[in-house]
Design a protein around this ligand. Structure first.
Ligand code: MLC
Ligand code: AMP
Length: 494
């Protein structure tokens, strides 16, 4: 099973695994703590038998303890977004049929009501810890290990279930491709309910025996200070973060900028992913730091699929070639393999890295595979041996700052507003966010709506990053002969 395969956890190593503020935790200390957590969460049971244990924890020793503790005890780990609105949490907990929720004590007051109503036991990590370790179950790698929620072309996020074997494959391909080693030190400031943070940074780091510095958010001054000290040799982020760093450089003294850029320049690797890295950003970063960004392509359902080479040409605007162990093919609309260069096709993926299923959603699972290939919905071309992402087959998916958002989910919430009669949400190109959530709204007769009041109304009803960045009031939405909103024509209304 993937957890006991994390080689450094079995080595009683005094190497530092995690840095959290002023505190440093060695592999052997973290390992012992995980065993106590697993023993405690098992209680009288031999095996959690895929019980869903959710956790609502920021990046922390407690997060790592819980994730690995659930894995070792045979449960399914369900990490939740600590920035979720309560209505969103309700869906995750209900959909996954979560039985126990582990949360930092600072969140207990706000979670108590929901947990009571859903009959979920609310605990903190210290409530769970056993006094003594006990024998833990042997776990078949084909068993379910983790569930992450992903937005898509339905109005409620689906639970993406991966097995221990999936996780192992997703980690090891990156260890090989990006030459991870125990000498690596990496900052982790991305949210820990998505694979970018969970697999690419935290899990690869811990698998390799590297040191991972945990931040509860992307705190530019704090992280920049460490970078000037030469603390890190690897940096992984979404394009928005590189944009925000460049914006930050414009607000500080040139001396300081030079020191930060020198810190980046000395690193062995800077990676961009989760959304398209504009060529302009790639060039700017190279000019500022000398670093040639390594862009890669991934998805919650597959981990990482395609990557520019660690050794070799990293091409601007391209995502490279399939990773070791990942099979990748482009298919046309008639499900034929695209044979010729420069002809677009949907990216389809096979391999041990591919998820098992959408949780209790056989229909969605079935329709997302064709002949054993997982259909990503992303369209690409191959040009001189390099894949280039052209876009997505669905207008209902928006990528904002690396978060995948469902237009339908946002529309569903906006439609409950008293003044709104119809609404369509799309992503429009944006220099900072990649795409910015934009709502086109037709109002009920005799009502008015100010953008600021709509934004305030959205607070608490959806995570803040889903709240529209633009509002356009229209008399009616453009529709085709079938009555369906023609979303591509909406951009012209702006
Ligand atoms: C924050 N805000 C966003 C936003 N993030 N708005 C739109 N899109 C986003 N992504 C808004 C907040 O609501 C808030 O609005 C304001 O910006 C400041 O919030 P913040 O939290 O202080 O912002 P910041 O820390 O700068 O966050 C930006 C960010 C964050 C880029 C660090 O969005 C982030 O961590 N993104 C990465 C998500 C990720 O890990 N994706 C990977 C998915 S896996 P207001 O109005 O309240 O001020 C995947 C597969 C793969 O995609 O290939 O990796
Ligand atoms: P998620 O479902 O949150 O895991 O997001 C996965 C999606 O992010 C993919 O299906 C792509 O649309 C997008 N994505 C990830 N990496 C890249 C990239 N390098 N370029 C363009 N899109 C990307």
């Amino acid at each position: 099973m993937s957890d006991t395969l994390f080689p450094f956890f079995n080595s009683n190593s005094d190497k530092v695994a995690l840095v959290e503020g002023e505190n440093k935790h060695t592999y052997s200390e973290v390992n012992d703590r995980i065993n106590l957590f697993s023993s405690g969460i098992l209680g009288a049971k031999e095996d959690l038998n895929e019980e869903r244990i959710a956790f609502f924890l920021p990046a922390s020793l407690d997060y790592v303890t819980t994730m690995h503790g659930v894995w070792r005890a045979g449960g399914i780990a369900v990490p939740l977004n600590v920035a979720s609105a309560v209505s969103e949490l309700d869906h995750y907990l209900t959909c996954a049929k979560v039985t126990r929720l582990i949360a930092g004590t600072q969140y207990h007051d706000s979670l108590k009501g929901l947990c009571n109503s859903l009959k979920i036991e609310l605990l903190s990590v210290s409530d769970v810890m056993a006094e003594e370790p006990r024998a833990l179950p042997l776990i078949n790698p084909e068993r379910r290990a983790m569930m992450l929620f992903t937005s898509g072309t339905t109005n409620k996020p689906k639970g993406v279930v991966s097995t221990h074997k999936t996780i192992c494959a997703q980690i090891t391909t990156l260890i090989t491709a990006w030459e991870w080693s125990e000498r690596d030190v990496i900052p982790l400031f991305l949210p820990l309910h998505h694979i970018h943070g969970i697999i690419n940074i935290l899990s690869c780091g811990l698998w390799a025996g590297a040191t991972v510095h945990l931040f509860s958010k992307f705190d530019i001054p704090k992280i920049s200070k460490q970078i000037t000290h030469g603390t890190y040799n690897v940096f992984m982020a979404v394009p928005t973060i590189y944009v925000k760093l460049i914006q930050y450089f414009e607000t500080i003294e040139k001396d300081e900028v030079d020191k930060i850029c020198a810190g980046f320049s000395a690193m062995r690797l800077n990676i961009s992913g989760s959304a398209a890295c504009p060529v302009k950003l790639f060039e700017q970063w190279k000019e500022l730091t000398g670093q040639i960004l390594l862009e890669r392509y991934g998805m919650t359902e597959i981990g990482m699929g395609i990557s520019n080479p660690y050794n070799g040409e990293r091409r601007a605007g391209a995502v490279g070639q399939p990773l070791p162990g990942v099979q990748c093919q482009l298919f046309d609309e008639n499900d034929n393999v695209v044979e010729r260069d420069s002809e677009p096709g949907e990216i389809r993926i096979k391999g041990d890295n591919v998820f098992l299923e959408y949780w209790e959603n056989e229909e969605a699972t079935k329709s997302s595979f064709k002949d054993g290939w997982f259909c990503t919905g992303d369209v690409a071309v191959v040009e001189q041996g390099y894949y280039r992402i052209m876009g997505r087959s669905s207008v209902d998916i928006i990528k904002s700052g690396g978060y995948k958002l469902s237009a339908l989910e946002i529309e569903g919430v906006l439609l409950t507003h008293d003044s709104i009669s119809e609404v369509a949400v799309i992503g429009i190109e944006d220099d900072i966010w990649g795409e910015a959530v934009t709502a086109f709204v037709a109002l009920k007769e005799g009502t008015a709506l100010e953008f600021d009041s709509l934004k305030s109304w959205c607070e608490g009803r959806m995570s803040s990053y889903k709240i529209p960045k633009h509002l356009k009031l229209v008399d009616a939405l453009p529709r085709n002969a079938m009555g369906k909103v023609t979303k591509p024509s909406l951009k012209e209304l702006l």
